[in-house]
Design a protein around this ligand. Structure first.
Ligand code: PXG
Length: 439
């Protein structure tokens, strides 16, 4: 490191990070393989979070590495505005086949945030194209995370992600979140209580009128907010209300897509059909950034038919359908299929559920919840210091060789779908040991 750089960590303004704390006490990852990260000193860290909910097939999988390097040598970049390259069409077709029902068309972006903005814009453009241009309102939900674009934070519901950034989009409203510890603590799988919270959409319709509402967007299971599992019947009710009022329903499956719940998408797991699905993360196993929107045949066909100019959607990114991302995506889909990783996640989920619920009596724990290969372990907050206990747990787990995610006072777990039972045991034992020692 050159002497002129007193702190070589200084220049990188790290996202969603307490930069001063990190740079005083850095934790670095240098290498990864399968379910493990390795620090620069060679210390092994078990990945309990699939990176950031994204490395579903485990790290540095050889077929993906090879596909990316082959693609980089063959075709590094090609525009997809008025031109095309084979792998973008191939990946879109593979995704259309994997997406549920008539979600037969795929729009590509580069991240979950861009996927969400794309879906919201498609919803508005679609309503306009069908002669319902006054349907401009977007409905999100409290505690939702839809990325960090202005569209995503407007419909999102995480206070800190919104409060610093001004007025955001106008004409947005929110449903109540579904997290209810008083009625649903320690639920296994979907909680019993709260389907009626979907009826809040009726109240928003009563307030704004359905003729002004374009779309509702929800995470079918909230990930970032700390694994908030939808109550039984809730998503079904939301779908029925959207149908009743001619409102599009968008599922943000950036986390739940690609096997996290033991099915290709949460829409499959819950048996509820949205009009659009946003995806990112697992689509390439996170090896190259890629996001996108699965769009229903009805939306796509109408947009093409009714367009008032030859270009039907004035939206897209330089890197929509980037060749490296498409190559990585195709290789990732092959792994998911060949290793039946979604089926593997489904088969492991009962073991996972028992394992994480064994923490119900661990120190500080006020709730354990789970679905598929996810879990939220909620801790009692320290008096006057919300979030501090879970942050300390994060650091202690890392030092004990386990990577977890924390949000507020919730530990969120989402191991790679290739996780072994012995590794699940290790995740749970490490967390118990850490909590036992924690103030
Ligand atoms: N929608 C959902 C449901 C997400 O979870 C995004 C959109 C945005 O994706 P991008 O690719 O723009 O980051 C996300 C991202 C965490 C964590 O620790 C979660 C996300 C990102 C970073 C951290 O919970 N989710």
């Amino acid at each position: 490191m050159p002497a002129s750089l007193p702190n070589a960590l200084d220049a990188f303004w790290m996202p969603f990070t307490a930069n001063r704390r990190f740079k005083a006490e850095p934790r670095l990852l240098a290498r990864a393989e399968g379910t493990r990260y390795y620090t620069p000193e060679g210390r092994e860290v078990l990945d309990g979070t699939s990176g950031l909910w994204c490395v579903n097939a485990g790290h540095t999988r050889a077929p993906i590495v090879e596909a990316i390097s082959r693609q980089a040598a063959e075709l590094d970049f090609a525009p997809t505005f008025n031109l095309g390259h084979p792998k973008a069409f191939e990946l879109a077709a593979r995704l259309a086949a994997l997406l549920p029902g008539d979600l037969d068309h795929v729009f590509f972006a580069n991240s979950g945030s861009e996927a969400v903005d794309s879906a919201l814009k498609i919803a508005l453009a679609y309503q306009r194209a069908r002669g319902k241009g006054e349907k401009t309102r977007l409905i999100g939900r409290e505690r939702a995370y839809h990325g960090v674009g202005f569209g995503g934070i407007s419909v999102g519901g995480i206070v800190k992600n919104r409060m610093h950034f001004g007025g955001m989009l106008t004409g947005v409203d929110h449903l109540p979140h579904t997290h209810d510890l008083a009625r649903n603590a320690f639920s296994r799988g979907q909680p019993e209580h709260g389907a009626e919270l979907a009826d809040a959409l009726e109240r928003l319709v009563g307030l704004h009128d359905a003729s002004t509402i374009a779309a509702v967007i929800v995470e079918p299971m909230s990930g970032s907010a700390g694994v908030l599992v939808p109550p039984k019947g809730y998503l079904e009710r939301l779908r029925a209300l959207c149908d009743k009022h001619d409102i599009l329903l968008i599922f943000d499956e950036v986390i739940t897509g690609f096997g996290r719940l033991g099915a290709p998408f949460a829409a499959d797991h819950f048996g509820v059909r949205p009009d659009m699905i946003t995806f990112a993360k697992g689509v390439t196993n996170a090896a190259v950034p890629l996001g996108g929107v699965g769009v229903s045949k009805a939306i796509y066909d109408l947009m093409l038919e009714r367009a008032d100019s030859p270009v039907e959607l004035f939206h897209g990114y330089t890197y929509s359908g980037h060749p490296l991302a498409c190559a990585a995506g195709l290789a990732a889909l092959d792994i998911y299929r060949d290793e039946d990783l979604f089926g593997r996640a489904a088969a492991l989920s009962a073991y996972w559920e028992d394992a994480v619920h064994s923490l119900a009596d661990a120190r500080h724990v006020i709730d354990v919840r789970n679905l598929g290969l996810t879990a939220g372990i909620e801790l009692a907050p320290r008096e006057g210091a919300a979030g501090a206990r879970a942050t300390d747990a994060f650091h202690a787990c890392f030092d004990q060789g386990l990577l977890v995610r924390v949000t507020g006072d919730i530990i969120a777990l989402s191991p790679p779908l290739i996780v072994e039972k012995a590794e699940i045991d290790r995740i749970v034992e490490t967390i118990r040991a850490v909590l036992t020692r924690l103030d």
